[in-house]
Write a protein that binds this ligand. Structure first.
Ligand code: NAD
Ligand code: NAD
Lengths: 207, 207
């Protein structure tokens, strides 16, 4: 199993390498990469070994080579199809976010149980009722379900998704979902961000 | 310095304990808590020591006691005042999110540089122009700035915020911000979530 710290760095490496590529930089050393993360360059070399990139010329890693290796490692070249449930504030922001596609996530449809929202259009999507969930999941071989419903509703929505055979859930509701062992849940908990910032401010308060 | 893994778990402990409190559960053992995170109960005991909670009766930790200790540790009882820059899809979802308040973040004002947005209302906020940034930051002693502008604009917005004396930045734009050493940046990178899910699907593909 890959350490979470490494997995956390990998999309950031990808971000940095994409910006380097845009600026036509050809090579980057492990020392230069390490500076972005306040880690030691041996840690960067360990991460690169986990990614499975072999190139190591004297002048450092090839920016394009390492970036492509990351895309291969993350599987973002294989398009993952996704559905989104909960077309509220956050759901509609995500549905219109071009960044999803950049990371290989192809959103197919969005669902909601509010009759006043069903039939409305968000970007290229028409909000569908929950009873058409089964039809869409079956005909598109959906890999990922994104949950952006209120936390009280999240478990029951999750149960429905799991019963349709979806194996990966991206959960934005601030609650722990219980799922069978062959299903993975990735929680996005914005409290994490607030907690880190307020802890920093509290410990650095110049009073 | 606290390990990131521990800091990642702490808001989740808070979430679980709040739900237990709602269900009137009085005590919880380190073994029970450990089950939520697939960690060993000695790791939970280490985390609780970092949080600074001393209570350890035979029947486990007091749910309310540990929850309050976490709130103290995270500083979420001290209200942190915040401003948000970039009233687009994500910015307006965040501005209307009641979860910010629950974690002690008091949003004071939202700003944008698009003339067609300035003056519009989102929830309780009127979108302000960037020229009134200085006035608001000075009169409210702002602790945190939330950046939800496109990534090409993020560094210049960040420079402006830092020049006004703000020490904590919550950055949603997928780019690395460079800041002076006494400023902390918390990056929310949704690519991380997509990367973990697509990596899981790729390695568990049932062909
Ligand atoms: N808004 C944010 O910035 C933000 C940030 C982080 C996390 N979250 C979390 O994301 C979730 C969504 O937040 P929001 O602000 O978009 O809320 P919201 O109320 O604007 O949207 C929720 C949507 O879910 C729909 N819904 C409710 N129950 C449903 C069900 N059983 N089946 C299908 N659809 C259902 C509602 O009709 C509504 O459209 C919440 O759990 C929230 O805590 C929100
Ligand atoms: N929408 C999402 O779900 C989502 C998810 C993750 C990350 N992000 C990131 O968050 C940021 C915002 O995304 P969005 O989808 O809300 O974009 P958006 O285009 O809807 O909103 C951006 C807003 O920033 C304003 N702006 C641009 N330059 C500015 C400047 N110099 N000063 C002040 N305001 C300025 C624009 O007028 C606009 O209102 C982007 O960097 C994006 O990559 C978005």
């Amino acid at each position: 199993n890959i350490p979470e710290q490494t997995l956390r760095r990998i999309p950031m490496y990808h971000q940095i390498l994409s910006e380097m590529e845009r600026k036509r930089v050809q090579y980057i050393s492990s020392k230069q990469l390490a500076r972005y993360f306040q880690v030691d360059d041996t840690q960067v070399r360990k991460d690169v070994a986990i990614i499975g990139y072999k190139g190591k010329p004297k002048s450092g890693y090839s920016v394009t080579g390492l970036k492509n290796a990351i895309e291969e490692f993350l599987g973002i070249n294989y398009e993952n199809t996704a559905i989104l449930i909960g077309a509220g504030h956050l759901g509609s922001a995500l549905a219109q976010y071009p960044g999803l596609k950049e990371y290989g996530l192809k959103l197919i449809a969005i669902f909601d149980n509010d009759p006043s929202k069903i039939g409305n259009v968000i970007g290229p999507f028409t909000i569908l009722p929950m009873d058409s969930l089964q039809r869409v999941v079956k005909s598109y071989d959906i890999g990922i379900a994104i949950i952006t419903v209120p936390k009280e509703e999240a478990q029951s929505v999750c149960n429905r998704i799991v019963s349709l055979g979806i194996k990966a859930i991206w959960n934005f509701a601030p609650t722990q979902l219980s799922v069978p062992p062959d299903v993975t849940v990735r929680n996005e908990n914005i409290a994490m961000g607030i907690a880190m910032l307020s802890h920093y401010l509290k410990t650095h308060k110049i009073q």
